[in-house]
Ligand binder design. Structure first.
Ligand code: SME
Length: 161
């Protein structure tokens, strides 16, 4: 196993940060342990490299999204199908970029600090397994680079679920 990151990432460009994310993930993803262990490390890596306000996973279970491994403040534990940004991404099975959460009808505010958000669906065996949710305290924080790179990251993750 490679060491987890111990450097400062703030001086890197966003594409460089994603390069680190993919490289470190390839080093620590472990097919000998369960999804909780792997997604816990995935959340920690993203928090450490990007310092996003909140980053974590929700898993489809009993027709709801249930909170999984995350980094950041405590969050809502259950989200209904089609509700909020996460439930909408689940319903549409597609990534949702929200430049301003206050303008997204039905947004679920787990934290009043969050201003923008991206939610990426995660698939396993061609079925939706859950979502990756990332929140930022900055407006307009995410763009198409994040969409492309996080979709790629979620594809790598899916082999460890
Ligand atoms: N804002 C999300 C809820 C999850 S929290 O942000 C961690 C939503 O609207 O689905």
């Amino acid at each position: 196993m490679e060491n987890t990151p111990n450097m400062t990432y703030s001086g890197l460009s966003v594409p460089q940060k994603y390069e680190h994310l993919h490289a470190f993930w390839n080093g620590i993803a472990d097919d000998q342990v369960d999804w909780v262990a792997n997604l816990s490390n995935a959340a920690a890596l993203m928090k450490e490299i990007f310092n996003w306000w909140w980053v974590g996973f929700y898993r489809v279970n009993n027709n709801k999204l249930i909170l999984g491994p995350f980094q950041g403040p405590s969050a809502c534990t259950k989200i209904d199908f089609g509700k909020g940004v996460c439930g909408s991404s689940w319903k549409n099975e597609s990534t949702i970029l929200v430049p301003n959460v206050h303008e997204f009808e039905g947004h679920i505010a787990c934290s009043s600090i969050s201003n923008s958000e991206i939610v990426v669906p995660i698939f396993k065996d061609n079925k939706i397994w859950g979502v990756l949710d990332v929140d930022s305290e900055h407006l307009n924080h995410f763009n198409d680079i994040d969409k492309i790179e996080l979709e790629k990251f979620c594809q790598s993750i899916s082999a460890f679920l």
